[in-house]
Write a protein that binds this ligand. Structure first.
Ligand code: NAP
Length: 260
């Protein structure tokens, strides 16, 4: 069988414009590179331009298309400015991946300060919500759109010492379903991916600690290993593409069997 199968046509993203937040490293970088490899032009978003341009250069070296726009996705003024740049550059948007997140407080809920609450809610919930609102306004009236929110297994099963973070990830699941229902009549699909523990900077405080990894993490994962970022990106590519044209409001768990 050649490459010209129905599925290959469905996942072809040629001429699509995709925004990936947190695109400068980790899971976001894998998502951005995967989308670009299928033909999408990717707008890479995070706070620091250095990391973004490194990923942009890697995508271009592989023959793909990307641009970098710095933006703190916890700040509504910066989100507004991001979308005005996207509008003037492309005047259309096909795919949004809300992936940037923060987890500034690792500890028990009883000790958690308000500053950590405000930061976690701003980036992980308010940012996802208003990024989606701006994207939806650009997608309305067009043929289709796909919005993918990166939640976490913690959104279903809160992890110890990560209370606030887990609350936001549960909120992302509800937000996904709410936007999915509202936007379905306009052929804008909204779905979530729930990664299990993945080998990135974000999780390194736990995964680089042999004791935590061997005693607390791996015993809970039937596949007995953590994920690599590229193993999360596949689910996002599927949801971004026409292969998922009847899928909205869904939560795809990618966790090596942890929640089974
Ligand atoms: N790693 C895991 O085990 C795991 C498991 C489940 C779910 N997740 C989820 O997967 C997503 C990606 O995590 P990751 O592990 O890839 O993390 P990561 O390697 O630490 O990358 C985080 C990305 O988000 C950006 N970012 C952070 N705060 C931001 C802000 N306020 N505004 C804009 N960009 C911001 C960072 O770039 P700058 O520093 O330049 O802003 C970076 O590009 C997150 O939603 C996370 O909750 C991760």
């Amino acid at each position: 069988m050649g490459k010209d199968t129905i599925f290959m046509k469905q996942i072809d993203l040629t001429d699509k414009i995709a925004v990936v937040t947190g695109g400068s490293r980790g899971i976001g970088e894998s998502i951005a590179r995967s989308l670009a490899s299928l033909g999408a032009e990717v707008v890479l978003v995070s706070r620091k331009i250095e990391g973004l341009t490194e990923v942009e250069n890697r995508i271009k070296a592989d023959g793909g298309k990307a641009v970098s726009i710095p933006c703190n996705t916890g700040n509504l003024n910066e989100i507004e400015s991001l979308f005005s740049q996207i509008k003037s550059r492309y005047d259309k948007l096909d795919i949004l991946v809300n992936n940037s997140a923060t987890n500034p407080f690792f500890g028990s809920n009883i000790d958690a300060p308000e500053s950590a609450w405000d930061k976690t809610m701003s980036v992980n919930l308010k940012g996802y919500f208003y990024m989606t609102q701006h994207a939806a306004k650009m997608m309305l009236g067009k043929v289709a759109g796909s919005i993918i929110n990166i939640s976490s297994v913690n959104g279903i099963r809160p992890a110890p010492m990560q209370g606030m973070y887990s609350i936001t990830k549960a909120g992302v699941i509800s937000m996904t379903q709410s936007w999915a229902k509202e936007l379905a009549p306009f052929n804008i699909r909204v779905n979530a991916v729930l990664p299990g523990i993945t080998d990135t900077k974000f999780s390194s405080v736990m995964t680089q600690n042999e004791e935590i990894l061997k005693k607390m993490i791996l015993p809970n994962i039937p596949m007995k290993r953590i994920a690599q970022p590229d193993e999360i990106a596949g689910a996002v590519v599927y949801l971004a593409s026409d292969a998922a044209s009847f899928t909205t409001g869904a939560c795809i768990v990618v966790d090596g069997g942890m929640l089974a």
